[in-house]
Write a protein that binds this ligand. Structure first.
Ligand code: TMP
Length: 393
């Protein structure tokens, strides 16, 4: 057994399963446990949740909902066109087309198993396959469209359980001088920020540069550059090429691999320490909520993110502590948070009036939110966060 369990986040629901009723029958829960593979250095969930339960026509997350993300994808597409002359583009997990719509739509293909999202991009004339990514689909796309200059996948490869098949399906369809980009939350940042809420049903894996580079050892591909990103609370963008491909390898690769080794990302001891930090974070956050409750202050949640679902369910924060959440995503509004059944409302001009505290579910958009809520802050309103440790801001 090379896989060692180091974290138990208790019974958790499907994060994307925003409920139509506050008293649901037969809500699905699973045991959220996290393991470290001492050989491959991969960190993954112990029990994977069946993909059909998570990625279906009810999928709520719309990548275009955040201005920060829209701008980030636009800038990225400009850079990719300039630096790599990327023309034909395949995106795995194309969501609502927030990235692909920045390219010539005639030359791009999306893969998106959530049918509601695939419909949106097909309507934008972006050819989208509403299927799960696998070897079979890669062969179908290869037949229909040939090989690609750029294969891009943000916050998706970490969701796919069979990593070996996923990667070899990508290798098949990538041009010999093409580039494959993976963007996913960084395990180093999770450990540094104690952001244990990166563990939820969809995140089957949280990658490090070390584990990705180990994974690629059985392929004909290698990492040639890594960029650190602020998105999703600290992500890495891994640029991967075929061995012999014409992109030079950048210093960033060895630099980030070394940084991870120095922190102990490849070492079980780091995970044991992380686990005890997480337990302490739970106790401290709960104490903050208890104190606020005692003082009869009014608390709401800000951003009913998937990440926040892990925190609420793990820490036992339900309607006793949080009156309601606000969220700008239309298809979350009017629903209830999974597992904890807190109502989710559409934010209005008046929402933040008479509120004392707002728990930052979307802590990764803290700057955008603080900018938007200047008035709330100037009138003495406070935010609660658990990252990097439970505190009132
Ligand atoms: P994400 O972290 O999974 O991208 O989700 C962010 C969620 O937070 C999304 O449902 C939109 C919500 N949100 C707000 O409600 N208000 C905001 O100002 C921001 C930035 C996000």
């Amino acid at each position: 057994m090379t896989k060692i369990e180091f974290l138990d986040l208790g019974k958790q629901p499907i994060t994307n399963n925003f409920l139509d009723t506050q008293n649901p029958k037969n809500e699905f829960f699973y045991d959220l446990k996290v393991v470290f593979d001492q050989e491959s250095k991969l960190v993954s969930l112990k029990n994977f949740v069946p993909p059909e339960k998570m990625f279906n026509e009810k999928y709520a997350h719309r990548a275009s909902m955040s201005k920060t993300m829209q701008l980030a994808y636009k800038n990225l597409s400009v850079n990719l066109k300039k630096n790599f002359k990327s023309d034909s583009v395949l995106e795995i997990g194309s969501n609502d087309g927030v990235f692909l719509k920045n390219f010539n739509v005639q030359k791009v293909v999306g893969v998106e198993p959530c049918k509601n999202l695939a419909e949106i991009t097909n309507a934008l004339n972006i050819k989208t396959y509403d299927k799960f990514w696998n070897l079979k689909l890669s062969k179908e796309i290869l037949k229909d469209h040939g090989k690609f200059d750029l294969i891009y996948s943000a916050n998706t490869i970490s969701h796919i359980h069979d990593l070996k098949e996923t990667i070899s399906a990508i290798e098949n369809i990538l041009d010999k001088n093409g580039i494959f980009i993976i963007e996913d939350p960084s395990l180093l940042e999770v450990l540094k920020k104690n952001s244990y809420d990166q563990f939820y049903d969809e995140h089957a894996y949280v990658f490090s540069a070390i584990s990705i580079s180990n994974l690629l050892k059985s392929t004909n591909m290698e990492i040639f550059d890594i960029e650190k990103l602020a998105t999703h609370g600290g992500s890495n963008r891994y640029y991967i090429k075929k061995i012999g491909g014409n992109q030079p390898t950048k210093e960033s690769v060895i630099k980030i691999l070394n940084e991870e080794k120095e922190f102990g990302v490849d070492n079980l001891e780091s995970y044991k320490k992380f686990s005890s930090n997480v337990k302490k974070s739970k106790e401290d956050l709960f104490k903050i909520f208890e104190k606020i409750k005692k003082n009869k202050n009014k608390v709401i949640g800000y951003g009913a993110t998937y990440k926040s679902s892990t925190v609420l369910n793990y820490c036992g924060l339900n309607t006793d502590f949080i009156e309601f959440f606000i969220d700008t995503t239309e298809n979350k509004q009017g629903k209830f948070t999974p597992g904890t059944h807190i109502p989710i409302k559409k934010p209005t001009q008046d929402t933040m009036k008479n509120i004392d505290y707002a728990y930052l579910g979307a802590w990764n958009f803290k700057n955008e939110i603080f900018e938007k809520e200047k008035e709330f802050i100037s009138k003495g309103g406070k935010f609660i966060t658990h990252v990097p440790k439970p505190m009132i801001i």
